[in-house]
Design a binder for this molecule. Sequence first.
Ligand SMILES: O=C(O)CCC(=O)C(=O)O
Length: 152
Amino acid sequence: MRESFVIYGRSVLAPRSLAWFGEPGLNYRYTQLDHIGAGWPAPIAKLRQQVESASGQRFNFVLINRYAHGQEHMGWHRDDEKGCCGDIASLSIGATRRFSIDIDEADAPRRESVDLNNGSLLIFDGRQRHCLRPTKKPVAQRINLTFRLIET
Ligand SMILES: O=C(O)CCC(=O)C(=O)O
């Protein structure tokens, strides 16, 4: 699905497509929208298992974003809603795209960027500002799964 957000009183379509899965009934609410889990299809459950064993962390929700081409992106934001989530495990499939994050360390604040390629798994603190940059290069689609632990 393609979500829309209200920004300065205007409804704006997100520049990407979204799906989600999670524990039945678990609600990950952000940007004033509910995202309610309805269980885990087998292939996504298997990916979750692999990500949990690679990261040593437990997750109960996943957002899946699809970027059809280089202009689709995710703007700067923090995932710091109440009940959500410290470390996020981000699994990339498809085209390589650039991810940037502002690290707020008091003594050494800095911006880091990394090209996330097919099959990469990045663990990051979602409370730090981050984004998925648009690109003018002709790139194929990319699918990104962010596994999260939402407070129950
Ligand atoms: O697609 C990506 O790598 C970024 C996803 C992201 O920033 C998010 O889900 O909060």
